[in-house]
Design a protein around this ligand. Structure first.
Ligand code: NAP
Length: 316
């Protein structure tokens, strides 16, 4: 049974990716004593990657899990508290403006809440997929593209992300197959033209991946490609599959307290982090359909903490 906690919190932060941890560091240093709900995947998407080479401050690169651990340590050092619980819902009392955050462990009251729950990259749902992530399967070309130099790779998807990633990967890979389930890209015309004009990109139309194959070290070495027209299959050598079939932002628990765009991203004030509900802020991939980088999420987390601090001053 869910227990009601007695003490009211000033600020609750939901999520422990770069946005949540950065918000926690700033809020803790502002003496807001934030309570951070970690959710099931502590540290977020970066804990599923290997080396991070584009986060400023680490000239030699840093492993994704280590970067996230360092952020959690920094937040804790400044006074953030962590609860290893999953948020189920948020509601707001009309008169007091207080939020009730219901989690797997209880119900908590807070004056302000920052949603930093990120977005989950979509995968195809094939057998063995979760074990392959970081071993030849990824959803981030910016993070992992440089590891695949002079080898063939593929991108799955037909949208702007797939085209952008395919173009980016041509800097490293010997060949980039663009695997799309239809015979027409969804991406903007300019992006389509740039991608299809790139000699290193070979579109494989009406195709999908039916299976992944690994070498004796457990690294991806090839895929089975299946025609979406007649079901015929063939094997294709690729050293990495870059999944670009969209992201699913995680904000269902906030119900109608936030507005979302057509893709499900939380809508925030222009250049800010306020949602449509006073006292409720959003930062990072859950509210960012465009950049989706660790550093941009961290920057937005900083802004959310500062916005929350200003909001709390108005309640004093
Ligand atoms: P998207 O536009 O939703 O495209 C997803 C692609 O994945 C589609 O081509 C879709 O195929 C395919 N797909 C979805 N589920 C699939 C499945 N189960 N199996 C195989 N293929 C599947 O997503 P996005 O490319 O990430 O873009 C999201 C938003 O961000 C868009 O509004 C986009 O314009 C924007 N964006 C803009 C830029 C830019 O301007 N530089 C860069 C990146 C993203 P179908 O086409 O058949 O549906």
């Amino acid at each position: 049974m869910i227990q009601s906690k007695q003490m009211d919190e000033k600020l609750i932060i939901i999520g422990t990716g770069p946005a949540g941890y950065t918000a926690a560091i700033y809020a803790a240093r502002a003496d807001l004593h934030p309570l951070v709900f970690t959710g099931g995947q502590i540290g977020g998407q970066l804990t599923t990657t290997t080396e991070v080479e584009n986060f400023p401050g680490f000239p030699e690169g840093i492993m994704g899990p280590e970067l996230m651990f360092n952020m959690s340590q920094q937040a804790e050092k400044h006074g953030a508290r962590f609860a290893y619980e999953e948020v189920i819902s948020i509601t707001q009392e009309a008169c007091s403006g207080l939020f009730t955050v219901t989690t797997s462990g209880g119900a908590y009251k807070a004056e302000a809440v920052i949603i930093a729950t990120g977005a989950k990259a979509r995968y195809l749902g094939l057998d063995g997929e979760s074990e392959l992530i970081g071993h030849g399967l990824t959803a981030c070309a910016t993070c992992d593209g440089a590891f695949y130099r002079d080898v063939p790779v593929c991108v799955v998807g037909g949208g702007d992300s797939a085209c952008e990633e395919a173009n980016f990967l041509t800097r490293f890979a010997s060949k980039v197959y663009l695997i799309h389930r239809r015979d027409q890209l969804r991406a903007s015309k300019a992006m389509q033209q740039r991608t299809l004009a790139n000699e290193k990109v070979e579109p494989l139309w009406n195709s999908t991946i039916a299976a992944y194959h690994t070498d004796d070290k457990g690294e991806l070495c090839s895929i089975t490609l299946r025609s979406t027209v007649d079901g015929t299959e063939r094997e294709l050598e690729v050293k990495c599959v870059f999944m670009a079939i969209g992201h699913t932002p995680v904000s269902n628990f906030a119900g109608d307290l936030v507005d979302r765009d057509a893709a499900g991203f939380v809508i925030t004030a222009p250049n800010g982090t306020a949602t449509k509900t006073p006292g409720l802020f959003a930062a990072g991939d859950v509210a960012d359909p465009t950049y989706r980088q660790a550093i941009s999420a961290a920057g937005m987390g900083c802004r959310a903490a500062m916005d929350a601090e200003r909001y709390l001053l108005t309640r004093e």
